[in-house]
Write a protein that binds this ligand. Structure first.
Ligand code: GLN
Length: 310
């Protein structure tokens, strides 16, 4: 049944994509929802209206494909947050997975109701969409081979730099005036690095931790003077105040009761547990450091998510 459901969704999604240029709107999405409910056969709450989140499931630990995801096969910190928000607002969460650089367009077209994708709130994006209150704080970092001599962002001069297309990492490197190559996926940049085809990758901090945990021989180089703090937010279509208010209320309650911190800690902890099981001792170390940071405040009511002012 689950397989059938997925095939149907893929088919309808393809049809929607084709029709979007001419007349993509929320009504199309509702047709999808009705059909989803008909085939889900009691697997989900058939009475709950769907809240469709757009994401790009190529950004561990925030969103990735897993055999046992939180929402269908989609797993990660963002997916758990999306699921909780939907439930709190009386909806059932649904994921529409697409390219990162298609997400804001999909929002504007009405193909999705909201976007949750480890997306940094930027002034440029704010011109196109409205953002929720921030729910996670991150920064860009550099990943290089263990023996690299790169110690700061300035050392990237003359090096072969890889970034992901449309990520804030690309913006940073562009602003620094360096030449770079942009790839569609974070995993592709890491492959380039491992194969010696580039010298350094610029990407978000938690994702970098995940990649160096999963791959031997890589290290993270931080440069807080060059890379400023970024905040992740959930995007909605410009002017959709009704949904934005609901999402903000849900996020605020999850910050207040510590559940965002707990979700983040759970996924970061999972990474370090995976690492200790494997042969990658260095990755395990990185995961442990991360957990120490999160659990730093012994007396606090809730653990701090990395750098998130709560
Ligand atoms: N935070 C980065 C950005 O907003 C990367 C997000 C992502 O890869 N999903 O551009």
């Amino acid at each position: 049944m689950k397989l059938f459901k997925k095939i149907l969704v893929a088919g309808v999604a393809a049809a929607m994509t084709l029709s979007l240029g001419a007349c993509g709107n929320k009504e199309d999405a509702e047709v999808v929802n009705v059909e989803m409910e008909e085939v889900s056969n009691g697997e989900d709450d058939v009475n709950a209206e769907k809240l469709t989140f757009g994401t790009n499931a190529e950004f561990p630990p925030f969103e990735y494909i897993s055999s046992e995801g939180v929402i269908d096969n989609f797993d990660g910190i963002d997916m758990a947050i999306a699921d909780t928000i939907a439930t709190q607002c009386g909806y059932e969460a649904e994921i529409n997975n697409m390219e990162f650089d298609s997400l804001l367009l999909a929002l504007q077209n009405g193909q999705v109701d909201a976007v949750i994708a480890g997306m940094t709130i930027t002034d440029e994006r704010k011109e196109a969409v409205d953002f929720s209150v921030p729910y996670y704080k991150a920064t860009q970092v550099m990943i290089a081979k263990d023996d690299s001599d790169i110690k700061s962002a300035a050392d990237m001069k003359g090096k072969k730099i890889a970034v992901v297309l449309g990520y804030t990492g690309e913006e940073c490197v562009k602003k620094m005036g360096y030449e770079y190559e942009a790839f569609k996926k974070g995993s592709e940049t890491i492959l380039e690095l491992l194969n010696g085809k580039c010298d350094v990758v610029v990407i978000d901090s938690a994702t970098a931790e995940k990649y160096i945990g999963d791959n031997e021989g890589l290290k993270i180089i931080e440069d807080p003077n060059a890379f400023v703090a970024e905040e992740y937010g959930i995007a909605v279509k410009k002017g959709n105040k009704e949904l934005l208010d609901k999402i903000n209320t849900a996020i605020q309650s999850m910050i207040d009761d510590g559940s965002i911190s707990e979700i983040a800690a759970e996924y970061l902890d999972e990474d370090s547990a995976d690492d200790t099981e494997g042969a990658e001792a260095e990755g395990a170390e990185a995961g442990e450091v991360k957990m120490e940071e999160i659990n730093e405040d012994e007396n606090g009511e809730k653990p701090e998510v990395e750098g998130l002012d709560q």
